[in-house]
Design a protein around this ligand. Sequence first.
Ligand code: IYR
Length: 226
Amino acid sequence: MPEPVFIPYTAQSYAAEESLERSAAYYHYMDQRRSVREFSDRPVAREVIDNLIRTASTAPSGAHKQPWTFCVVSDPVIKKAIREAAEQEEYTNYHGRMSEDWLADLQPFGTDWHKPFLEIAPYLIIVFKKAYDWDAEGRQTKNYYVNESVGIAAGFLLTAIHQAGLISLTHTPSPMNFLQKILERPDNERPYLLIPVGYPAEGAQVPNIQRKPLADIAVYYEAKPV
Ligand code: IYR
């Protein structure tokens, strides 16, 4: 076993006040991010998409295995095939496969089986998780905490998309194994999330929903005053 190699960590250091300001500013910035379903066909430069994916891949992962593949689809022929397959599954979902409770929970979002954004958005990024991998000699290698790792990378991707002034939708057509077939992905890759990326359509609207307040999502265990 070789010795581990360490290098110095060059940290950003802020005074407490600046740290507070930065944390508040970032919160307010991220609070503007919304899932948007109405896309414009306005093009986005490939270089922007490249940077978004580079950012996603800065995410931590189990044993640094980076168990992800980002498929970037701009080809209208493939987008159409994805839309048709997704709409076929969603039609079945909305006509009997989803429970009454589930349909009621989706009511505020006004969704149905139609998925025009899959053809309108200039890019579809399909995130695949790699259940396992192969080394240079073709031997199977293990990945760890794959769902957690890919979930974190997908989160980084969403923040990068927002930072670039673009919109996204975390879409999970269900079941979505058709993506593996259409995109001809190898056996070790499983579709994880489908994310259309682009600009909002003119006059795009989003559901009027609220985020939970801090008191409902955080529990603090602090030292008791003596
Ligand atoms: N996949 C379906 C249904 C759907 C499910 C959830 I959970 C959502 O948050 C939104 C939609 C669809 O895309 O319409």
